[in-house]
Design a protein around this ligand. Structure first.
Ligand code: SF4
Length: 392
């Protein structure tokens, strides 16, 4: 159900001084669909992009942009880099007209190797982008093929070098482990190949088999098998060892960076700071409420053409539920959370209500307590799903 824009304005007013400092822009286009992916995206066509930009401008106009002065802007997708240079310019113009970009400290652009070229990169660098996050996934041709990626390893290297030549210092690579047929030795070669490029940031994600994807169908038909748990664990721990040995420090379950190159936009998310998301399927957290736009370009456009926001889901967490959400988000990070501070701010005394569990995790080497600060160890990150589910 789309809702009237005026509701959103109320949310902003209610938010008072905690207006979002993070802006997420969902660019819902790809040049083809990867076999494992269940993110919302459409195949790029000039007409669809034009319609998207027009609707995005309407959405931004409806959500009271005059008050928004983001510190971080994150263009994610989909694949933002499939936009043509003129379309990227139009997108940045629309954002720049709608919000005050004068205080932006970090602007991230997600990209796929095959859709980055020197001209696009120069234009992005001169428009204020400070970080590039390149979806490499693997340097092995067979693994890339199994994942349904469009690029080969040489295109990753070419895109990375072009980004450096265009002046980007903070260039990151996304890698995936657990692809069908991938072995721990093969994934170690991927990490070595990534490190040979000297990235400022590396994200390492486990492949998950999502319902409704071609990968899930192939698994159900017995054509491919997900990597066994012991391989997944070995691959994750190898990645932690190799990346940290190379000076990329782990600051979140899946993220490693040279000091100072952490993604501030995502760190704010894990600290449960408010953010505004625009574009089809984008999520927001404003005024204590989480909500999500329709994951369908047609529905998104129609709602906005009728002067309504395309919000289809909303949830307000309060009291202990909000505090527990903060625990779960913050325990994803190396910094963890200060239990005394949590108790003072929210009333939730985690040491009291989860004391036995926390002592057990510490005894098993899965968590550590420094003063009143609780955080997970690397082995705790490895089993974070089961640890965090105990806290919900
Ligand atoms: S993984 Fe990225 S490039 Fe592939 S279909 Fe999903 S959003 Fe598009």
């Amino acid at each position: 159900m789309a809702e009237n824009g005026a509701r959103r304005l109320e949310v902003y007013r209610a938010a008072g001084s905690v207006l979002p400092r993070g802006l997420y822009v969902h660019v819902c286009f790809c040049s083809s669909f990867c076999r494992y992916c269940d993110f919302y995206s459409e195949i790029r066509t000039p007409d669809a992009v034009a319609a998207y930009l027009c609707a995005l401008e309407r959405e931004l106009a409806l959500v009271c942009p005059v008050v928004l002065r983001p510190a971080t802007v994150y263009f994610g997708g989909g694949t933002p880099s499939v936009l043509l240079p003129g379309e990227i310019e139009a997108l940045l113009r629309i954002i720049g007209r709608a919000v005050n970009l004068g205080g932006v400290e970090e602007m991230t652009f997600e990209a796929n190797p095959e859709s980055l070229d020197a001209g696009k990169l120069r234009m992005l660098a001169s428009s204020g982008a400070t970080r590039l996050s390149i979806g490499a996934q693997s340097f092995d041709p067979g693994t890339l093929c199994a994942l349904g990626r469009r690029h080969g390893p040489d295109e990753i290297r070419r895109a990375f070098d072009a980004a450096r030549t265009a002046g980007f210092r903070n260039v990151g690579l996304d890698l995936m482990y657990g692809a069908p047929g991938q072995t721990p030795a093969g994934f170690r070669r991927d990490i070595e190949a990534a490190l040979s490029l000297d990235p400022a940031h590396v994200s390492v994600y486990a492949l998950t088999v999502e319902d409704g994807t071609p990968l899930a169908e192939a698994v159900a038909a017995g054509k491919v098998s997900p990597a066994p748990d012991e391989h997944m664990r070995a691959m994750y721990l190898d990645a932690c060892d190799m990346l940290e040995s190379a000076g990329l420090l782990q600051y979140e379950i899946s993220n490693f960076a040279r000091p100072g190159c952490e993604c501030r936009h995502n760190l704010a998310y894990w600290r449960r700071a408010p953010y505004l998301g625009v574009g089809p399927s984008a999520a927001s957290f404003v005024g204590g409420e989480r909500y999500r736009n329709a994951a369908d370009l047609g529905k998104y456009r129609r709602a906005l053409a009728a002067g309504k926001l395309p919000i289809v889901e909303r949830e307000r967490l309060e009291g202990e539920r909000a505090a527990r959400e903060e625990v779960i988000l913050r325990l994803r990070t190396r910094e963890g959370l200060d239990l005394d501070d949590l108790r003072r701010r929210t009333g939730l005394d985690l040491a009291e209500v989860q004391g036995d569990a926390i002592r057990t995790w510490i005894g098993m080497g899965l968590a550590r307590m420094e003063g009143s600060r609780l955080s997970l160890t690397r082995h705790g990150f490895c089993v974070s799903n089961s640890i965090l589910s105990e806290l919900v």
